[in-house]
Ligand binder design. Structure first.
Ligand code: FES
Length: 257
């Protein structure tokens, strides 16, 4: 069973509007990370805040560090944003399944929306072959420099049109006639639902990483369930996003809730 471990903060700061990047020393974890997995992060200062699930943005095995990129959305992430370099956090992980990378794909499509974008950086580093990466932001992009270092064609959309294509990332994919034989995505549920329809229409197998509210993060509390179709049946079952996911095949997710 995984247990909480100490993780020293190596670097921490705001990299965009309400967008924070934190590098943690995580020597016992970093080698095990599969792209798309997450960790639970807990402050080490006696605060009685629940641990926060944060997706792993990237790893650096040469320095035994991993990076999280997050937005401040409540008390937990607000408190996290105050943590200074050199302080120590408690972390649990890596958790969840992560993406199942198709090693024989000739071209992959990677699609991220908002705070679903960070885990796709580690994924992009690990996907072989040609890649088209679509990144959808509400406004000013973040992590763009890091994605541009990947050997990929990068396309950006913003809701307000301040950068790249003005509109949704799905509109941009349609406009660009996105091509590939594997698709990976992470972002808000309406985006993933629309993407699932697009992938089905274009006969491209797609994996989606769901963002659900979590508590325990290890499959015990059932706070994070989603509906998944049963195989060979016209029926569905509940699955835990934290333990059975967060990555699912798009065609097995029951979207209409
Ligand atoms: Fe507790 Fe998923 S967060 S079961």
């Amino acid at each position: 069973m995984k247990t909480m471990k100490a993780a020293k903060v190596k670097k921490h700061g705001e990299i965009g509007e309400n967008c924070w990047s934190i590098w943690l020393e995580a020597s016992e974890i970093v080698d095990e990370v599969n792209p798309g997995q997450f960790i639970h992060v807990k402050l080490n200062n006696g605060e009685k805040l629940l641990p926060r699930p944060l997706s792993i943005c990237e790893t650096d095995t040469s320095s035994n560090t991993l990076r999280l990129v997050y937005a401040v959305v409540g008390k937990g992430t607000e408190a996290l944003s105050q943590v200074k370099t050199g302080e120590t956090l408690r972390i649990l992980g890596p958790l969840g399944n992560g993406f199942d990378i198709n090693q024989s794909a000739s071209k992959s499509i990677i699609v991220g929306g908002g705070m679903g974008i960070p885990p796709l950086l580690e994924l992009s580093k690990n996907i072989p072959g040609k890649k088209e990466i679509y990144l959808g932001y509400s406004s000013t992009p973040f992590l763009l420099e890091e994605f541009e270092k990947q050997n990929a064609d990068i396309y950006v959309s913003t809701d307000d049109g301040c950068f790249g294509y003005k509109g949704t990332v799905i509109d941009l994919m349609r406009y660009n006639n996105a091509q590939g034989d594997s698709l990976y995505s992470c972002g808000p549920k309406p985006m993933l639902k629309a993407l699932s329809g697009w992938a089905e229409k274009n006969k491209i197998p797609a994996q989606v990483s769901l963002e659900e509210r979590m508590a325990c993060g290890v499959g015990a509390c059932l706070v994070c369930t989603c509906k998944v179709k049963k195989e060979n049946e016209n029926d569905w079952k509940h699955q835990r996003v934290c333990a059975d996911g967060p990555v699912f095949r798009s065609q097995e997710v029951v979207w209409d809730e």
